[in-house]
Design a protein around this ligand. Structure first.
Ligand code: FUL
Length: 483
């Protein structure tokens, strides 16, 4: 009898525990495509056009297209290098501001089809798309809205042309994982010989919501990196130097950005996001491996070193934003050797730094967990399963996670991930390590988001403690790694 009572008590208890509801999402939350994109972390930008041959960064639009002559053009080499260096996709400048089209567009004469290179049969877009497919990379497109070549730029005829090109590219070279609508717009240019200054109101002229519809009609999964005022899927990070804010919210409020106009506060908001933002729009960190976006021989000695790239990695992916690192094929049509070297050594550096995850086999304890349900217990933090997570009760924000190793270990990096499907929550946290029996604070940081990697001065310790000190709602943490 006694055992029956005990058994039913046990079942009642077990049932109650599994009845605990997960935390409600904190809005806004990402859509599934944004989550998958953010999880891929590393993409390559590929800037290549007539500028590669003129030494310019912004072609004026009057370039003789015949200068485009990459005799050893080999997109297979580009894709192989990128794959070997850990990239998940590549975005090509199908057309930059100079207006030269790297594919044989039926709507343009200023394109690869009318030059001597490959007898007018060359197609850079197809070349890279096929090479990406071969090497298991996704393919994306940059199509400059600004066109300094076209006589009709700034009139409605150009918008027609631009949309035709967009349709043509997506239908012929899709599926596209990401499309890049650049913010650089209007200014002086060749414009079919007019050689003048043309200014447009980009918000009105391009009618972004309508342009975005074209992209979505082909593939709702395509990530639109566009103007943050126009409900894109991803925003510019506010600089081209390779860092996102130490505080990095994935949300913004497009209306507040419109209100800011050209105020420099806009760049700060793009860089840090907005804790109270009403749209999920993660930043993407775009930066070049060289000072310029295009290849210039004079910059051969200025390729970023593996160490510099590693800092960029920590300041982008390590702050929860995908990194879009630019490589620039040279005049031969190959990614230059110094760049290849640097990329591969960088990949190795990342691999070495994050080789031995000390949380595997470590004892993990928390001061509380949601409804005392196993579904939200500490073990979920280190189980290597991104779908499981630790969470606290709704009224508990301040909370601690302690990790204990079997023996003292050298610690330099602490990696933490929120389950962003339930919204970004954590506003502040600290990290402590046990030193001579005393807890010593080694980091005091703000947001976590999809991923946060904190680098500390290497220290030997057997225990690490993470204290969540501020959050929008109960913390929901899916993963902790220590290296
Ligand atoms: C900028 C452009 O003006 C640069 O040339 C480059 O393409 C960069 C990625 O975006 O706005």
């Amino acid at each position: 009898m006694r055992s029956i009572i005990l058994l039913s008590l046990f079942f009642a208890f077990a049932c109650k525990r599994s009845d605990v509801l997960p935390p409600s999402p904190v809005l806004p939350v990402p859509n599934q495509h944004q989550v998958e994109w953010q999880e891929k972390e590393l993409f390559a930008f590929v800037h290549f056009t007539v500028n590669t041959f003129t030494g310019k960064e912004w072609g004026y639009g009057d370039e003789n297209p015949d200068i485009f002559d990459p005799v050893y053009f080999n997109p297979d080499q580009w894709a192989k290098v990128l794959k070997d260096a850990g990239f998940k996709g590549a975005i090509l400048t199908a057309k930059h501001h100079d207006g030269f089209c790297l594919w044989p567009s039926q709507f343009a004469s200023h394109s690869v089809k009318n030059i001597s290179w490959m007898g007018g049969k060359g197609d850079v877009v197809a070349g890279l798309k096929d090479a990406c497919a071969k090497h298991g990379l996704e393919f994306g497109i940059y199509l400059s809205p600004w066109d300094r070549n076209r006589a009709d730029y700034a009139s409605s005829a150009y918008i027609e042309y631009y949309k035709n090109q967009l349709n043509e590219l997506i239908s012929s070279y899709g599926p596209i994982f990401e499309i890049w609508f650049d913010g650089a717009n209007g200014g002086d240019g060749y414009y079919g010989g007019a050689r003048e200054m043309r200014k447009i109101d980009d918000q009105v002229y391009y009618n972004w919501p309508q342009t975005f519809k074209i992209v979505r009609s082909y593939n709702p999964k395509t990530i639109i990196r566009g103007d943050a005022r126009s409900a894109s899927d991803s925003r510019w990070c506010g600089n081209e130097e390779g860092y996102i804010g130490e505080t990095n919210w994935n949300m913004v409020t497009p209306d507040s950005l419109i209100a800011l106009g050209k105020d420099k506060k806009r760049l700060e908001v793009l860089n840090s996001g907005d804790e109270r933002g009403n749209v999920w729009m993660p930043a993407e960190v775009d930066v070049s491996i060289r000072p310029g976006w295009f290849y210039h021989e004079s910059e051969d000695s200025l390729v970023k070193t593996p160490d510099e790239l590693f800092d960029i990695y920590l300041n982008s992916i390590g702050r929860g934003s995908p990194l879009l690192l630019n490589v620039a094929p040279d005049k031969r049509g190959l990614i230059p050797e110094p760049d290849v070297q640097s990329l591969l050594l960088w990949k190795k550096k990342i691999g070495d730094a994050f080789a031995n995850n000390l949380t595997i086999g470590a004892k993990v304890t928390v001061d509380s967990y949601r409804g005392k349900s196993n579904q939200f217990a500490a073990v979920n933090l280190t189980d290597g399963n991104k779908e499981t997570y630790w969470a606290t009760d709704d009224n508990i924000i301040s909370s601690s996670i302690e990790l204990e190793f079997e023996k003292p270990q050298q610690v330099q990096y602490v990696l933490i991930q929120e389950n962003i499907k339930l919204g970004q929550r954590v506003k502040s946290f600290t990290i402590e390590v046990l030193q001579n029996g005393q807890w010593e604070q080694v980091a005091n940081a703000t947001t976590i988001g999809y991923k946060r990697i904190i680098r500390i001065n290497p220290v030997e310790t057997e225990k690490v403690k993470i204290n969540i000190t501020g959050a929008k709602a109960c913390p929901v943490i899916s993963n902790i790694e220590i290296y």
